[in-house]
Design a protein around this ligand. Sequence first.
Ligand code: HAM
Length: 443
Amino acid sequence: MSEKPHALSTDPYKGVRDFYPEDMYVLSYIIETMREATERFGYLEYGASLLEPAELYEAKTGDEIVNQEMYTLTDQGERRIALRPEMTPTLARLVAKRRLELGFPIRLFSIPNVFRYERPQRGRLREHWQLNADIFGVESIEAEYDVIALAAHIMHSFGASDADFRIHVSDRGVTQALYDHLNLSEETRIAVGRIIDRKAKIDAATFHSQLTEALSDEAAVETVCSVVEAEAVEALPQEIRDTDAAHRLDALLETLKRRGIANVVPDLSIVRGFDYYTGPVFEVFDTHPDNNRSLFGGGRYDNLLEIFDAEPVPAVGFGMGDVTIRDFLETHNLVPHYTATTDLFLCTIADGSREHAQQLADDLRAQGVNVEVNLADKKVGDQVKLADKHAIPFVICIGEREMETHEYTLKALASGSERVVTADAIADALYEMWQSDPLDYTP
Ligand code: HAM
């Protein structure tokens, strides 16, 4: 007797998501909002494959991602391939390849899916979509201003107010000045950087004791604490305040505030875990106590093109993920209500009404209305229920009377309001009813 085959699981692979229409609606909303806001700032869209040679990330992406989080495989030709864990090295590759033709400055964006082998948890999955917005070819902090203004504009486009999020700005140069001031070895710099990076996730006593272990010098620990806790550039120790990097940070903060981006604060505990950042870095935080975490971030990376042996091109940009944005939208009650992309469902009641409905559907589709015709052998009440279950906002039932008179009752399912219209008035009536009676479907 043959054994019953082992039934496959219907669950997706750990840490990745399936998107049923209601989920796809939210993902599409997030992606479209990001796209529209980014194009408004003059960014041009690019794309690339999710497969890249693994070595693309080994030079500068950073230890943790490369050694612990990267999906790597060997293809049939013995080449080591990675599923992209981030987009920045790909973008640097594209820019290096066409350096002479692109024309700088250039603003580029993409919204790819990226993959990291992380422990799945709130805000962290193994696949997410990530807006990457980057400017190439600008050395001054005007690029930082532009990119951070875009970040704030995207948040506003999602319906956030300034009080809902805060932009924390640091500068790698200031951190380097701190390490130089303390005369730290390369090894100690890496260790201290990691501790600072974890600061938000550990308590003050643990932070202090880990620093003491790494530095074995209480005065040095105090200096590090005074820098990472400084609430203004003037609060930094004199030797650090006098560096070019500190002046740059001060000028950036001042420019942002002067031009109306008020919710920005200096925060020298922002390290960002990539080796390629060279100057200002920033991270945007949710201010809501239920979701008090980093939403997204970025910074300046002026030397990444050197991995292709290309002349450097200054660059500034950020990555904004869909998972943390969705958490933000949920926390602040900003997720839009779901309605189907189908506008109208045509119920069929009488003999011959399906043919009539198909003809009417074709006419309406030609006018830009998204129409579904009933194909099920169900009672009219059940057809309407199905349309409602699928969150289709409008129905028309086609029976003998409609086939004779060519007049139809257009019904909005959420409110129950109705209008009797001729075929050529359906599209306009739909639009007007939609405007006057915003629909509220919660799946
Ligand atoms: P990142 O901080 O690693 O930076 O990622 C950017 C954003 O992507 C994060 O702040 C978060 O919103 C989202 N994200 C990252 N990892 C995950 C994950 N496992 N699950 C869910 N969301 C995640 C970068 O990747 C840089 N390449 C960004 C950049 C662009 N810098 C300059 N240009």
